[in-house]
Design a protein around this ligand. Structure first.
Ligand SMILES: [Zn+2]
Length: 312
């Protein structure tokens, strides 16, 4: 009887997975997508920026009065496939800051939110004039994922990637030997003279942090190692589903509203809970068969942690 029950359980899991796989859109890795953007998804920044910052610092880069006008494309080839997901991501940022996304009327500076075939990207802060936020969504990949949309909107609001902080070597080790040829500069550090971290601590749970395999030269090689005493973040960094408390503190400090009453944040949700033992929850044959979905499918990321090398 127990064998029957366990067989049934496996079949049920497979059925659930296969029904999910009926619409297999690959979630785009915003950091390593191949579209010639700085650090994968930042537009209009030279490859070797002199002034990259953890958060924007200069007044001309901040949105006037913390109001961010936007247009979401709803027609033609650039039409955003699910505008309500974009608005939901805006609501997430608004609920924890004084930043407000407002539909553009006649403003000169605004976000032009469009679908392109070039992945997910944004400028950082206000650039002047219209500036594109690209959210690809087609059979080759999708950015229409809550954490990707909020990540791009946080770039547009004013945040760079977390591991570019001036002090990151105190918290992570970058394994340069495991990085794809020609991509080492994606891990450049910026000096404090050119950066402002708004008096916040290094944040492994930032939605702006790379994951442990970013720019690896081959699958499963670890490029970022969390240092002691923060090794518990090894698998979860780069995989959070929401902005962290520190992400939102930075936004509030950029816009001078640190005392704004905010919605209390629930604990940061991560895609998976790091188990004490690294193991798969389903037979390895399932994990192997569907390994293509290792980084894009919740079932795989939950149940094939070992085979997908999400844990080590
Ligand atoms: Zn990014």
């Amino acid at each position: 009887m127990s064998k029957l029950v366990s067989c049934f359980a496996v079949v049920a899991l497979c059925s659930i997975y296969l029904s999910e796989a009926a619409t297999p859109k690959r979630k785009i890795n915003v950091y390593t997508q191949n579209n010639n953007k700085f650090q994968g998804d930042i537009a209009n920044v030279p490859k070797h920026p002199k002034k990259t910052r953890n958060g924007i610092k200069f007044p001309q880069e901040k949105w006037t009065s913390a109001q961010i006008p936007y247009v979401i494309s709803t027609s033609g080839t650039t039409a955003i496939t699910n505008p309500s997901m974009v608005r939901a991501a805006m609501n997430t940022i608004e609920s924890q800051s004084c930043v407000r996304f407002v539909q553009r009327t006649t403003q000169t500076n605004y976000l032009n939110i469009i679908k392109t075939a070039d992945g997910c990207y944004s400028n950082v802060g206000m650039s002047g004039g219209p500036q594109d936020v690209s959210l690809q969504d087609d059979t080759s990949g999708t950015c229409m994922v809550a954490e990707i949309i909020v990540h791009e909107l946080l770039h547009a609001t004013g945040l760079y990637h977390e591991q570019s902080r001036y002090d990151r070597d105190n918290y992570i080790t970058v394994n340069y030997g495991n990085i794809e040829t020609g991509q080492a500069d994606q891990f450049d550090i910026v000096t404090l003279a050119n950066s402002d971290v708004y008096n916040t601590q290094y944040d492994f749970q930032s939605v702006m942090h790379y994951d442990q395999f970013a720019f690896a030269k081959s699958r499963g090689l670890v490029t970022i190692q969390a240092k002691s005493p923060n090794t518990q973040y090894q698998a979860t960094m780069g995989n959070v589903l929401k902005p962290s408390a520190i992400d939102m503190t930075k936004i509030r400090r950029i816009y001078g509203c640190d005392n704004t009453p905010v919605v209390t944040q629930p604990p940061v949700v991560v895609r998976t809970n790091p188990p004490t033992v690294c193991t798969d929850n389903v037979p390895i044959s399932i994990c192997t068969t569907f390994s293509f979905f290792c980084r894009s499918d919740n079932f795989m990321m939950t149940n094939c942690r070992k085979s997908c090398r999400i844990c080590v």
